[in-house]
Design a protein around this ligand. Structure first.
Ligand code: ADP
Length: 192
């Protein structure tokens, strides 16, 4: 099964992806994590993306499409994957469909985590207050920018996937376990 976890920055995609990975054995393919790893490792790709990411801008479509295709061809994705933070533009979604079609696969389902802007902002503020390890793009200002980018570039994918009949929405403002249960209920109704 190939799933897309979809939603605004801070909606809880990473948290739910990890739970899905544990429960269903589907690897989490997070472009954000892959890009942060490239920055950490100091690769040319990481260097090229660092400033864009710190500002909350998207990195180029070709970059993420390439790293996703490379990752998807690893053996652990033979039964599918959970795409987290990808696709983020219509061009990325089209490239993903094409990439999967070449491999005789497809996206089975897109899970949209719905969370209001005010809640997203208060989550970032809570993280800052708690003083945990912060990402360079985890500030209220950058979140506001990332939200703008989300509504402009990424939210149009809701219609893209609705038209394909693949979109299912869950309430991302509920407690983590309640969100997980909503996702489980949806997935249990999908033929394997
Ligand atoms: P968030 O918590 O905002 O959902 P991610 O960890 O998914 O963040 O991504 C962090 C940053 O990495 C984004 O703001 C963007 O700069 C870059 N990025 C991640 N995935 C993509 C993508 N699919 N396309 C373009 N840029 C991306």
């Amino acid at each position: 099964m190939n799933l897309v976890l979809f939603g605004p920055p801070g909606a809880g995609k990473g948290t739910q992806s990890k739970i899905l990975t544990e429960k269903r054995g589907l690897p989490q393919l997070s472009t954000g994590d892959m890009l942060r790893a490239a920055i950490e490792a100091g690769t040319p790709l990481g260097l090229a993306c660092k400033a864009l990411m710190a500002k909350g801008e998207l990195v180029p479509d070709e970059t993420v499409i390439r790293i996703i295709a490379e990752r998807y061809d690893q053996p652990d994705c033979k039964n599918g994957a959970v795409f987290d933070g990808f696709p983020r533009t219509i061009a990325q979604a089209e490239a993903l469909d094409a990439m999967l079609a070449e491999r005789r696969r497809k996206i089975d389902l897109v899970l949209e985590l719905k969370v209001d802007d005010a809640v997203l902002l208060s989550r970032v503020e809570a993280r800052i207050k708690a003083g945990g390890v912060l990402r360079s793009d985890d500030t209220p200002e950058t979140l506001a920018h990332r939200l703008g980018v989300y509504y402009r570039n990424t939210a149009p994918l809701i219609d893209f996937y609705r038209k394909q009949g693949k979109l299912k929405s869950v309430d991302g403002m509920a407690d983590i376990q309640v969100v997980t249960r909503q996702i489980d209920d949806i997935l249990d109704g999908v033929p394997a």
